[in-house]
Design a binder for this molecule. Structure first.
Ligand code: MN
Length: 204
């Protein structure tokens, strides 16, 4: 699904766009069952309880993220972040970027390998739970940043292009405590077609 539709699904439980075992050996079916059906679904359910009867009940998920704080923000942002995370992965991923996004990566980071190296370093320097992001501003300049817990670049006015979930629930069953390996392996299943589309939509 695209970011446009993502904005209109505040309380919709979005299904995985692939089978639970489709991302093996990098992400196991067991991890995806817990990650999607328990963690992500839990955020959606909790958000539903929290916003019932409030002004947030008629907002899009993105508007809730941009206009809330505390528990409502935490659950709304976690719901948004997880849909965004799941939709960028594919068993039939395009493994290298091209076009405008490739040019922007080369300009900002020098090479795709340097981008990956910096995202890994950012993930390893994040203490505790959170997310590592590749994001862009409206002019197309790319940024790598980490957010704690449910944090998102959206609240900094940046547009997310790619994210790595570095909560332990995203990798602990498959990688135990080896965050570095989990982060490096994600590139085997990140679909650059999705990222190119997100970048084009962001700067278009
Ligand atoms: Mn997660």
């Amino acid at each position: 699904m695209t970011m446009t539709t993502l904005a209109a699904v505040a309380l919709t439980l979005v299904e995985l766009p692939y089978a639970y075992d489709a991302l093996e050996p990098y992400i196991s079916a067991e991890t995806l069952h817990f990650h999607h059906d328990k963690h992500y679904a839990g955020y959606v359910a909790k958000l539903g309880e929290l916003i019932e009867g409030t002004r947030y009940a008629t907002m899009s998920l993105e508007d809730i993220v941009l206009n809330s704080e505390g528990a409502i923000f935490n659950n709304a942002a976690q719901a948004w972040n997880h849909v965004f995370y799941f939709e960028q992965l594919s068993p039939h991923a395009k493994h290298k970027p091209s076009g405008e996004l490739r040019r922007a990566i080369d300009e900002e980071f020098g090479s795709l390998e340097e981008l990956k190296r910096r995202m890994t370093a950012t993930a390893l320097s994040l203490f505790g739970s959170g997310w590592v992001w590749l994001a862009t501003d409206r002019d197309g300049t790319l940024f790598i940043l980490a957010t704690q817990n449910a944090g998102t670049p959206l609240t900094d006015g940046l547009i997310p292009i790619m994210t790595i979930d570095v909560w332990e629930h995203a990798y602990y069953l498959d990688y135990r405590n080896i965050r570095k390996e989990a982060v490096e392996d994600i590139w085997n299943i990140v679909d650059w077609r999705v990222l190119e589309d997100r970048y084009a939509a962001a700067v278009g």
